[in-house]
Design a binder for this molecule. Sequence first.
Ligand code: SF4
Length: 373
Amino acid sequence: MEWLRYFTETASPLKNPEIIAWKEAGKRIIGTVCSNIPEEVLHAAGLLPVRLRAPGLHDTSNADSQLHRINCSYTRSILEELLRGDLEFLDGIITTNTCDHMLRLAGEIQDQAGVFVHYFSMYHTLGNAAAEWFVREMERLIARVEESFGVEVAERNLRQSIAVYNRTRELMAGINELRKKDPPAVSGAEYLRIVLSGMSGPKERFNDRIEALLPELRNRRAGEAGLPRLMIVGGACDCPEFIDFIERKGASIVADALCFGARHYLGTIKEDSASPLRAIADRYISRPACPSIIDGFEHSYRILRQFIQDWRVQGIICARLKFCDHWGGARKMLADELRKEGIPLLDLEREYAATGSGQINTRVQAFLEMLRG
Ligand code: SF4
């Protein structure tokens, strides 16, 4: 499956052939640490936004000397990569305050990155005030990028970038639709590889690849029919091997609400809006909110409920990182709501690079047995 090999190669390692080619063409790359950072602005500046990940990194000993181990292993893994020099291909990094762990990471990156670093102050509520704040933060980012890289982020460029990103989201929605089938057209692990590939290279090339792939997938069947249909939620889960580990126990992961997943591609931006920045803000805020958004649970649960229904989800796995306070809290609210509706939930606490462990193995098996009845 040639297509899967391409997405697997671009999903890992982070410095993949697309990034190397972009760099060799003398173009610049900006690392981002959160799905809420508006990539369209960087794209409109002619920069390549790449979501920072640390595929396969298990040892964070250098980072642990600077970032307390009570910080989640995603943030410590990103710092570890930075300290090891594995992010030397970046021309800049956008940090943010999604949570206190991210804030700590932002401080370390500011001190140690040695390249352009911009702190993007994130919204933490929904509604008009949040959208206005998001627009102001985008304007601040544009001013910094224009000054530091000697580029102009003109309105026409923004509109072109919005169109490119909308195309990506429409195409990814097409793939997501094929996960409604039984069996789905792609496994959860394959879907995650496609998702990650889309965060790690030029969008235009990714769009071309997905456009060519969709007709091939229409008649494809990934795995067996009749397996328990699962949805996965939780924080920084970008590990296809972990998804594979669950699916190999006899399940189909047909939906997710991960920031390294379907959530990243949900919703398009109004292209004929008088204010492109406001239109971008409205799209980001309308997605299922990450738990860092104080009043976002009800809004998110409504969307999640629709996914459960439309993708015929039978059980949910909440895979949250150890010490992630946001998902620690959200998990409780989610459990209460799902219990009312009789939808089973398996809550798993994991480390960022964990692909499966004895305890997780036993619990996943028991959960699947319960679902099979
Ligand atoms: S996984 Fe949780 S603690 Fe870690 S960066 Fe994301 S929200 Fe913050």
